[in-house]
Design a protein around this ligand. Structure first.
Ligand SMILES: *Cc1c(COP(=O)(O)O)cnc(C)c1O
Length: 389
């Protein structure tokens, strides 16, 4: 059932299914750390790679393979390698495809832990990162060095929803002999297909929309067979493996991905449009709004604006905290991608490690609020915000 002429709704429900001899209708889960062989010769053939098949759950597991197959079908990728978390997927991309002395060019507006990983962990092993503007491809071109191996971008960005031109960055990367990796966590393959736009690698934190209900951690890297071989070798040797249970949850989560992303986007657009009309709101950042600085690009590159909305209150931090504390429905947490709406104050949480000057330069003001719009009724969400506005 991995026919690529099928629609995403169908692939999300039907791809990756391999039945056991019981011919079950539900999806089986395999809680086993290793696999047995019929004969010593078969064991040898599995270990040499002459015969495909399962060996040990650090390498792979039928449920993990099913998850990988389904996500690969949705992204239009030759191969997917699953990981225990999104951060493990990013680490594996660098460890599997780069070596000491090489160089990364990354967007300045990427997930905080990714910045820490590049600067403080990978940096210790002789791989340097230059951070550039997410919205100015010329900065990427100017940052290229002879040893640049990887471009890394996230679009739309968190929390300001800046949209990067993936096709333009792919062209610059190709010229530079570098690979372009896109963290596609905010869009999922339902809204954006980075490989079709020219990217080489897609990274997911499956913890977010792919699970969709805030239950488990997971991650994935996708791309060509040749590139994924390096990523898989790191996984199999170092062991940041996705558990069988988490793979099963994520596999089931994907069944409703298209439906959820459509409704997250519809709710977010309705809420963003309403916020723009509120006198207490100085500006709203949502790629689906015509007022967004990269609206035209976003609508070319994505099918909808997605589920994340940021807005700035005129009253600064005091007004932002008052609004957050007055909510009764929204969850005060930095997580996103859940059916439950979450609300957060980036300046004092996810971006609090930056100095006030760095935050000002990045456009993260004290009045900024980020909402990851869930699937509650949008009128109830508006009423919840009005309590503190
Ligand atoms: C959450 C997140 C990550 C990290 O994923 P984990 O599953 O928490 O390790 C990476 N990138 C983006 C954009 C994220 O939102």
């Amino acid at each position: 059932m991995n026919d690529d002429t099928l629609h995403p709704e169908t692939l999300a429900i039907r791809s990756g299914i391999h039945r056991t001899p019981f011919n079950e209708h539900g999806d089986a889960m395999y809680l086993t750390s290793s696999f047995v062989f019929d004969t010593a010769a078969q064991a040898a053939a599995r270990f040499s790679g002459a015969e495909p098949g399962m060996i040990y759950a650090r390498f792979t597991n039928p449920g993990v393979s099913a998850f990988e197959e389904r996500l690969a079908a949705l992204e239009g990728a030759e191969r997917c390698v699953a990981f225990a978390s999104g951060m493990a997927a990013i680490l594996a991309t660098v460890m599997g495809l780069m070596k000491a002395g090489e160089h990364i060019v990354a967007s300045r507006s990427i997930f905080g832990s990714t910045v820490q990983l590049f600067n403080n962990i990978i940096g210790k092993f002789g791989i340097e990162t230059t951070f550039v503007s997410p919205t100015d491809p010329e900065e990427w071109r100017n940052a290229v060095r002879p040893n640049t191996r990887l471009f890394f971008v996230e679009s739309p960005s968190n929390p300001l929803t800046e949209v990067s031109d993936i096709a333009a960055l792919a062209a610059i990367a190709r010229e530079a002999g570098a690979l372009l990796a896109v963290d596609n966590c905010f869009c999922t393959p339902i809204l954006q297909k980075p490989l079709a736009l020219g990217a080489d690698i897609i990274i997911h934190s499956a913890t977010k929309y792919i699970d969709g209900q805030g239950r488990v951690l997971g991650g994935a890297v996708l791309g060509s067979q040749a590139l994924m071989e390096g990523v898989y070798t790191f996984l199999r040797t170092a062991g940041p493996t996705l558990s069988a249970f988490n793979a099963w949850v994520l596999f089931k989560g994907m069944e409703t991905l298209e439906l959820r992303m459509r409704q997250h986007s519809a709710n977010a657009l309705a809420l963003a449009t309403w916020l723009e009309a509120q006198p207490q709101v100085a500006r709203v950042l949502y790629p689906g709004l015509p007022s967004h600085p990269q609206h035209a690009l976003a609508m070319r590159q994505q099918t909808t604006g997605g589920g994340i909305v940021a807005f700035e209150l005129r009253g600064g931090k005091e007004a932002a905290w008052r609004l957050i504390d007055a909510t009764q429905i929204m969850s005060i947490t930095a997580n996103l991608g859940d059916v439950k709406t979450t609300i957060t104050h980036p300046a004092s949480t996810t971006h609090s490690r930056m100095t006030p000057e760095q935050r000002a330069a990045a456009g993260i003001s004290d009045g900024l609020i980020r909402i990851a719009v869930g699937l509650e009724h949008v009128d109830d969400l508006k009423r919840d915000l009005l309590r503190g506005m």
